[in-house]
Design a protein around this ligand. Structure first.
Ligand code: PLP
Length: 341
């Protein structure tokens, strides 16, 4: 496989058009077979449901080259299942989960020249998404939908080492109780933009959102779940119905408990407890784990003992174990690695 002549290590996290994308349409009550196409443009009604009432959801996963030269992606079955849940909640017809996985494989295969080489730190980001494409003006679900998957090569998340970030506690809420915080809907991101632009303007890398009802419990950031490590080495992750169930976070908790033999807790986490934790990290597909060194809020700041120079020891162990599994250096639990042939 001849790779494209790209400078993999200098790629950022941006859109780079690749050769092929997958498109399927839902019409007259059923999904068609879908095709791979060169056409990167979407043509829909000016009154499409997605444009008027934001009827859209998405997924995000990566393909990469393992140490022994295979092209793989990580647990796409969980992305398929989560997109099914997102579609149901938004009254969209779910794209069949087995077809989702087939389509991911087909689109990665068709763009294999863009899958960055092992060791570059870069990956091929895969973006499945769907939207209401038929006209909707009275508020109701669309009758027709389009499901698409494109890929774009993205650079190493940590250039020059995983430096801990400083985050702030947002004055805005991300997700309401009984709302849509637990699905991957574009609408959750649209309303987070003002909060993240504000955080960046104030010099912070990310927002910590608290639970909207009481503002006492930790939820997540705009696009990553939290993990904490207690001083006696227990890995703790917040539990709430309005947190998006991160596949990375679920995988880390599994690895911590079953491979590293650590104690793990998935429970409500009060903001007041955080000052007693030893380490803090953000987890999601993009960074795997991004260490948090400091949290600044209205009445003060919390500096984690691991400091601002490097990941804490437990975070690092989790990071190295999970990326080792992903890159084929360590044996993966059954079904985690999906090879693209
Ligand atoms: C996608 C996403 C995550 C991370 O999920 P992964 O499956 O680990 O990539 C976390 N929080 C939100 C709000 C998200 O949209």
């Amino acid at each position: 496989m001849e790779k494209k002549d790209l400078d993999w290590s200098s790629l950022g996290f941006g859109y780079v058009k690749t050769d092929k994308r997958f498109v399927a349409n839902y019409k007259d009550g059923k999904w068609d077979e879908g095709v791979l196409t060169d056409d990167d443009k979407v043509v829909i009604s000016e009154c499409a449901g997605v444009l008027q009432y934001a009827q859209t959801c998405f997924e995000g996963l990566k393909a990469y080259t393992t140490e022994d030269g295979r092209t793989v992606c990580f647990r796409p079955d969980l992305n398929a299942a989560r997109m099914h849940d997102s579609a149901k909640r938004l009254e969209m017809p779910p794209f069949p989960e087995d077809k989702f996985i087939e389509a991911v494989k087909a689109v990665v295969k068709a763009n294999e020249a863009y899958v960055p080489p092992y060791g570059s730190g870069a990956t091929l980001y895969i973006r499945p998404y769907m939207f209401g494409s038929s006209p909707v003006i009275g508020v109701k679900p669309a009758d027709e939908y389009q499901f698409r998957i494109f890929t774009t090569p993205v650079g190493p998340y940590f250039k020059g080492g995983a430096k801990p970030i400083t985050i702030t506690v947002s004055d805005f809420d991300r997700a309401a109780p009984h709302g849509t915080g637990d699905i991957k809907a574009g609408l959750n991101y649209a309303m987070s933009l003002h909060a993240i632009v504000t955080a960046h303007a104030n010099g912070f890398a990310e927002n910590m959102y608290l639970d909207a009802a009481t503002r006492t419990k930790v939820e997540e950031t705009g696009g990553a779940n939290f993990i904490f490590v207690t001083k006696d080495g227990t890995v703790v992750t917040p539990k709430s119905d309005s947190i998006l169930p991160s596949i990375t976070r679920r995988s880390i908790m599994y690895v911590a408990e079953n491979i590293l033999g650590m104690k793990v807790e998935h429970r409500e986490v009060y903001f007041d407890e955080i000052k007693d934790f030893a380490e803090c990290g953000l987890c999601g597909t993009a960074a795997v784990i991004s260490p948090v060194g400091k949290i600044v809020y209205k009445d003060g700041e919390i500096a984690f003992p691991a400091g601002m120079e490097d990941m804490g020891p437990v975070t690092k162990k989790l990071y190295e174990t999970l990326t080792g599994i992903q890159m084929g250096r360590l044996e993966a639990p059954e079904g985690w690695i999906c090879e693209i042939k």
